[in-house]
Design a protein around this ligand. Structure first.
Ligand code: SF4
Length: 380
């Protein structure tokens, strides 16, 4: 049989970048308990643990499974709620270290995030920590987090964690309330010495259904702005915004790397960024691979239910009934997502492998997790 020649932009990525065998990131919602009540919370967190949360032994079984295969093992991201509300957090971190499973933590900023706890986690090999910052001012951030003084506490937590040797990633959810001050957030991150910025494009689940989203045109502007930020030396990642990789690719291959004429939001953000961080210091770099819900990413909820991501509420199974990795490898929906068996514009798009759209947003909009992502400018 003659080999099939594919156009270069439709050649499947190498197996390790398709994440067919195992995910790159396993998010474990260790508890629903959290001292905060953020307006966009996916988890609809609550003050106390929910009934039926995975026990220590069940968590250890999950960790051991991730560490059982040949390295590199998936990174286990301990989220919540607030993972610091788990009394066995240090025990779980120690077990992960013994199993060779890298751990990242995503704690809430509260009095529980003390230097003692941070130092203990560092001593157990935990190096990556993410902290949410939802604005460049106290008014904006605290409008989201609903806790007076939380902005200053967050900046302090970032500084303390960095000083203790953590690689700190800052997470920002983009919404109408903060989109105009994203450049100021980037400047603030530089001042704090943060190198990794993860920008989350809202999907209307959990408390996020009460938050005003931005339009597809503004989303495109934000993506171009984030390419500009990356040119200033920050590592930019997105959550539920895989079309950012399409914009990066287009910009990297364009003769004019600024892209098409900016919308008013982009013009505003660019001007504030240039004022705060000066001109670009590096070229636009095209990404070579990417993850999306169910492709490189899997989510284990507090009660063991498994989902393609924390924003796609379609249960696939439960770790109490079987192995997570078998479920990840074999579930028909995840196989379809990884194979790019998508419909609508995402199904015909030349960027399907690299982007593929947010499966969570497609599901929220249509009820079909394989349909097109309505936030993408190519769709609308
Ligand atoms: S149409 Fe779909 S696959 Fe193409 S860039 Fe937009 S979101 Fe990505």
């Amino acid at each position: 049989m003659e080999p099939v020649t594919l156009p270069v932009d439709r050649v499947p990525p190498p197996a390790r970048h398709r994440y067919d065998h195992q995910p790159r990131l396993v998010f474990w919602e260790t508890t629903k308990a959290c001292p905060l009540a953020c307006v966009h919370c996916r988890a609809v967190a609550q003050p106390a643990p929910a009934p039926g949360e995975l026990t220590t032994d069940e968590g250890i079984r999950l960790i051991d499974e991730l560490g059982a295969g040949p390295p590199p093992h998936p990174v286990l991201v301990l989220t919540g709620g607030d993972c610091l509300m788990r009394s066995d957090l240090l025990q779980l971190a120690a077990r992960a270290r013994a199993a060779g499973v890298p751990v990242a933590i995503a704690p809430a900023v509260s009095p529980r995030l003390s230097d003692d706890v941070l130092a203990s986690l560092r001593s157990l090999g935990v190096r990556h920590l993410s902290i949410s910052l939802d604005g460049a001012t106290a008014a904006t951030h605290e409008g989201v987090r609903q806790v007076p003084g939380h902005f200053a506490a967050t900046l302090d937590a970032i500084s303390r964690a960095s000083a203790l040797g953590f690689q700190v990633q800052v997470n920002t959810a983009v919404m109408r309330a903060n989109v105009e001050e994203l450049a100021d957030v980037a400047v603030l991150l530089r001042r704090l010495g943060v190198r990794i910025w993860e920008v989350f494009f809202l999907v209307t689940v959990g408390r996020g259904t009460d938050v005003r989203e931005i339009s597809p045109g503004e989303t495109e502007d934000v993506c171009h702005f984030l390419v500009d930020v990356a040119q200033r030396g920050l590592v930019v990642r997105t959550v539920e915004g895989p079309f950012f990789r399409r914009v990066q690719t287009e910009r990297a291959s364009a003769a004019d790397t600024a892209g098409s004429p900016p919308g008013s939001l982009l013009a505003h953000l660019r001007s504030a960024l240039a004022w705060g961080l000066g001109p670009p210091v590096q070229p636009v770099v095209a990404p070579s691979f990417g993850t999306r819900d169910g492709k490189g990413v899997i989510f284990v909820a507090h009660n063991g239910d498994v989902f393609p991501s924390g924003f796609l509420p379609l249960p696939l199974g439960n770790v109490r009934n079987g192995g997570l990795l078998d479920l990840y490898r074999d579930h028909p929906l995840l196989r379809s997502i990884r194979a790019g068996e998508l419909s609508g514009r995402c199904g015909t798009c030349e960027h399907t492998d690299l982007c593929g759209g947010s499966r969570a947003r497609a599901f929220a909009a249509t009820g079909d997790p394989l349909s097109e992502d309505p936030a993408c400018a190519l769709v609308s």
